[in-house]
Design a protein around this ligand. Structure first.
Ligand code: ZN
Length: 307
């Protein structure tokens, strides 16, 4: 069965919701690298959250969700594009020993310097345009709390998330209260729908979230409500790495650095952190790289060339 994201809306209210279930996409990430249980759970929860936020945004591009940790976990990254194609990776400190029940604070905010960042990278970027990035401190004991705080602070949107992941599935539920002045309000809204929907969702245990498919969950939670469901979407794993992108990265390192590495190693071997794809660049490949003009050369204004 393919992975599913289901949007829904409570009739006559300003509350919208989404449920997501990732097993196939998640299994691709787990197949690449096994992490300690607590790390894997966090990464899976972030993956579910990235799909939920991506489907929720009116934005044509890639959402990049990152946790920069200062403890045994150095980095967690999840990317999701507008077609709900996802990839994810985690980097641990060398020799990190991580207990199964390690908390978020112990994993990524041991000294209070951990950071959570969301980057929105539009597909149709203009030359020189920087992607939008919001960064916040890691306050909260769970991925869901950290994201809820982020959404409140940077988007001023009341958002609640319930997330869970194990070695088989990553599942998530998102509820969002639409702004009253968003132009959609008619004055006849069911104003209690937000509190009711959140209270009901809060009864779901992690165990239940891990073991219940999303349509059963929706039915079980909101059988007394009039819920409109939309056409389901299907997230999938896909890595956006390519030989060209790796080549561009090498170009950004600069000719001197690449030549030094070639002299030392004979050949550059690069493995994609997300999918494990291997890219090899020998001396001839690297010479070709630096003989083709870069975008930066092409847009450099006349008179500013470096000699
Ligand atoms: Zn890749």
């Amino acid at each position: 069965m393919s992975d599913t994201l289901q949007k829904f809306m409570f009739e006559h209210s300003l509350v919208r919701g989404e449920l997501v279930e990732l097993s196939d996409a998640w299994s691709h990430v787990l197949a690449r690298r096994r992490h300690p249980k607590a790390v894997s759970a966090m990464l899976g929860e972030m993956m579910a959250a990235a799909a939920l936020l991506s489907a929720n945004l009116k934005f044509n591009g890639t959402i990049i969700m990152q946790i920069h940790g200062d403890g045994p976990v150095k980095l967690l990254v999840v990317e999701c594009d507008a077609a709900l194609q996802l990839r994810a990776t985690a980097k641990l400190a060398d020799g990190a020993e991580i207990a199964d029940d390690a908390t978020l604070q112990q994993l990524v905010n041991l000294h209070g310097h951990g950071r959570f960042a969301i980057t929105l990278d539009p597909d149709d970027k203009l030359p020189g345009q920087q992607p939008y990035q919001g960064i916040v401190a890691l306050d909260g004991d769970s991925v869901s709390t950290v994201i809820e705080n982020y959404m409140m602070r940077s988007e001023q949107l009341d958002t609640r998330l319930w997330l869970a992941a194990d070695d088989k599935v990553a599942r998530g539920l998102l509820l969002q209260k639409l702004p009253q002045d968003g132009g959609t309000a008619t004055g006849t809204e069911d104003v209690d729908a937000w509190n009711r929907s959140v209270t009901l969702a809060s009864t779901v245990s992690e165990e239940e979230l891990l073991n219940t498919d999303i349509m059963t969950l929706l039915q079980r939670l909101y059988w007394e409500e009039t819920v409109r469901v939309f056409e389901p979407r299907h997230p999938a794993f896909r890595c956006s790495c390519s030989r060209e992108r790796v080549g561009n990265m090498l170009k950004m390192l600069g000719r001197d650095e690449v030549e030094d590495a070639l002299n030392e190693l004979g050949k550059l071997e690069i493995d994609c952190d997300f999918c494990g794809q291997h890219y090899g660049f020998d001396k001839v490949d690297c010479m070709q790289l630096f003989s083709t003009p870069t975008l930066a050369d092409a847009v450099q204004p006349p008179g500013s060339q470096q000699h």
